[in-house]
Design a protein around this ligand. Structure first.
Ligand code: FES
Length: 108
């Protein structure tokens, strides 16, 4: 069920705790919700390097660190800090009625 803009409601905003991640699958895609420094981020849970799950990694400042090779990606720009050719996938989202709605992009 999506709204007229293609957003679908997924989790309650209050399920997200500061400094924590929450991984779910949506239409076969691994989606990762993050709340860090009071901001929400919604990203694909697969590292653009070799596909490891970010959800097994950690958060540090405004970076997420992949568990496999410890690459650090900026949550703001999505870029790997040492090579901006590697960019994680972010999903557009909005918070309406206490729920976080996301828009899945077309397949990639
Ligand atoms: S798979 Fe993420 S850093 Fe290598």
């Amino acid at each position: 069920m999506s709204d007229s803009e293609g957003y679908i409601p997924l989790i309650d905003e209050e399920e997200l705790e500061e400094g924590k991640m929450k991984a779910i699958r949506v239409e076969g895609k691994p989606v990762l919700f993050i709340k860090q420094n009071g901001k929400i981020y919604v990203i694909d849970d697969r590292c653009p390097h070799m596909g490891c799950k970010f959800s097994g990694g950690s958060l540090d400042g405004n970076a997420i660190i992949c568990p496999c090779h410890e690459w650090r990606f900026s949550l703001e720009s999505g870029e790997y800090e040492e090579d901006s050719n590697y960019v994680l996938i972010t999903y557009p989202f909005k918070v309406v009625g206490g729920k976080i709605w996301i828009k899945l992009e077309e397949d990639f």
